[in-house]
Design a protein around this ligand. Structure first.
Ligand code: 6R9
Length: 572
């Protein structure tokens, strides 16, 4: 075990006493009622503190290409992008989508769009045209920033999106002929805008719109506001324990909330140097990056940790990882084995952190300095009231060992303010004055939370939530598919993967080629993450008497569990 300096949080118990978010507001120099613009806080304010020359972003892409940006570079680039967007006529609160790999423009575009007062909608560049279409349509997105590599997918759907007025190609080198509604933008070739007044957004002005998958219906747009900064700033400071001389690495893509709350806002609002690696995962590449960049704080996910465990210890020994001082994980249950393993090989345990797109910031976590019970998520962040509710009455209880619904008392700064254009779904998230996370857990005698599972059928594959409904809907569009049921199945590395049971239309014969064709169909339409890793042809799907597909039965079989009550089964 490495010896650690006193953590930023100091004593957890002390922090709980008399906690108030207003202390964080004061640290940020924010007074209620004043303007608050996340991008201004991440750039101009840090420069005003005399840290303009400090490295903000160390970026590395394929082939070892490197780029380095100071906080002053971030300020200028975000000014330039904001002024470009305003020049196009983007009005406050209009949606601007980011659709590109993890290149610097993604991070700079995020800040630029917020500075212009727009609502920023980051989407994974791996998304296929169908995934892109439903999200742009739902948000009535006005502009999209993308690259030559991905513009093809936008071109495929733009006819269906009259709302999408500007397709901004940020790496246009003048060689690719632009098409309808497309406009080229290049930071390198733009005149830097020295003075730009960040949009005068207020605490409740919308800021970031992340899409998340539910069990039923299309993905929901989670609407956050600029005031979320207060939660993200303080959790980055106390949970990630970020300090002035840290080199911080968040491995998440900004298409996922972790990549914005803690891959942009949390660290930069504190003036912390962070690094980004835009190459695919291999243990070798990751360890080499930590060694080269002298990474000190590392925020990653269980899937990656399991993959590293699989790669073994020899490869760890070949690298100098002595710079690491604090490790944190998010996205899925962190197995006890992973905590014990990391303690053994890195001399540091991974600290778990539990939260959601909807919560905007970390809710329950193993704080630095607080005893870790491997396999447990530990305790709520100060200022967060978390409880378990009885599954039938929705009343809080304290018995240890009993499974309940994880619920949070509304009112923390980063809480979602709604689902985009879906008030009904938003209201369903609240019961008896509690926000319902949709997850289940138990509590132990020390008040530690232990994650049990989700309360719905959403599949968590490698930390990404996949809606069975969305995959089933896409499957139905394949000419051979009559009906389908999509469930999770266990997987060593990704925890869960997508499995589809498919019945075929008359005239189509079962074959391995057809399976492959269907898999590819989903990969292209939705994303590689939503692609079923297995397709099983089945003559008939199990259904209830009311005609509902009994996914639970199919899932139980995959997980080797008891099938449970089948009294409503139609064909028993
Ligand atoms: C940040 C993020 C949220 C869902 C959440 C839960 C699962 C996240 C977890 C965890 C066990 C953890 N989840 N962190 N499960 N332990 N530490 O992941 O947001 O993509 O919205 O997913 O992920 O099921 O409800 P999001």
């Amino acid at each position: 075990m490495k010896t650690q300096a006193r953590p930023n949080i100091g004593s957890y118990e002390e922090r709980l006493k008399g906690f108030s978010w207003s202390a964080a507001e004061s640290e940020l120099g924010y007074t209620p009622g004043a303007d608050i613009n996340i991008a201004w806080y991440c750039t101009d304010r840090i420069c005003q503190q005399g840290k303009g020359g400090k490295t903000a972003l160390l970026w590395e892409g394929l082939g070892g290409v490197e780029k380095r940006y100071t906080f002053d570079d971030l300020r200028l680039a975000s000014n330039t992008i904001a002024s470009f967007l305003q020049g196009l006529g983007i009005a406050p609160e209009e949606r601007v989508c980011l659709f590109m790999d993890r290149i610097p423009e993604l991070y700079l575009g995020f800040l630029g769009a917020l500075k212009a007062g727009a609502v920023v909608q980051p989407l994974f560049s791996a998304f296929g045209d169908e995934s892109l279409l439903v999200r742009l349509e739902n948000a009535q997105t006005k502009a999209i920033l993308t690259t030559r590599k991905h513009v093809g997918k936008v071109r495929k759907i733009r006819e269906k999106l009259p709302c999408l007025k500007h397709i901004i190609v940020v790496d246009d080198d003048g060689r690719k002929a632009l098409q309808e509604r497309e406009v080229a933008f290049s930071l390198a070739r733009s005149k830097p805008v020295e003075d730009f007044k960040a949009a005068a957004t207020k605490a409740e002005s919308p800021s970031v719109l992340h899409y998340t998958s539910g069990t039923t219906g299309m993905p929901k747009g989670v609407r956050h506001v600029h005031y979320s900064l207060v939660s993200q700033y303080l959790t980055a400071k106390w949970v990630l324990d970020l300090r002035e001389d840290d080199v911080y690495w968040c491995t998440a893509d900004p298409g996922w909330v972790t990549g914005t709350s803690y891959g942009i806002i949390g660290p930069w609002s504190q003036g912390i140097t962070q690094c980004v690696l835009d190459v695919g995962f291999t243990a070798e590449a990751w360890y080499r990056f930590i060694q080269k960049r002298r990474v000190t704080v590392w925020y990653s996910a269980p899937t990656a940790i399991r993959a590293l465990m699989k790669a073994g210890e020899e490869i760890v020994k070949k690298h100098d990882l002595s710079s690491l001082r604090h490790l944190v994980s998010v996205g899925e249950p962190l197995n006890a084995e992973a905590v014990v393993w990391s303690e053994r090989v890195f001399g540091l345990p991974f600290h778990d952190s539990y939260w959601q797109t909807e919560t905007g910031s970390i809710m329950i976590t193993n704080f630095p300095g607080v005893k870790i019970k491997p396999g447990s998520m530990c305790k709520p962040f100060p200022g967060i009231t978390a409880a378990l509710l009885d599954m039938a009455t929705f009343e809080p209880f304290h018995e240890s060992g009993k499974v309940g619904l994880i619920a949070i008392k509304p009112g923390w700064p980063a809480m979602l303010r709604g689902y985009w254009n879906n008030q009904e779904a938003f209201e369903k998230k609240f019961k008896n004055g509690w926000y319902l996370t949709g997850d289940r857990a138990t509590l132990d005698q020390d008040g530690y939370f232990w994650f049990v599972g989700r309360d719905d059928d959403v599949i968590n594959t490698a930390g990404h939530l996949v809606s069975p409904f969305e995959v089933e809907s896409a499957l139905l569009e394949h000419p051979a598919v009559a009906e389908s049921a999509v469930v999770s199945k266990p997987d060593e590395i990704n925890m869960e993967v997508v499995k589809a049971f498919v019945t075929l239309k008359a005239g189509f014969a079962e074959s391995d080629d057809l399976k492959l064709e269907i898999m590819n169909f989903i990969r292209k339409k939705l994303s590689p993450l939503a692609m079923p890793t297995e397709i099983e042809f089945i003559a008939q799907l199990p259904k209830t008497r009311s005609g509902k597909i009994m996914r639970r039965m199919l899932k139980a079989k995959e997980w080797g569990q008891e099938i449970g009550d089948t009294s409503t089964l139609e064909n028993d």
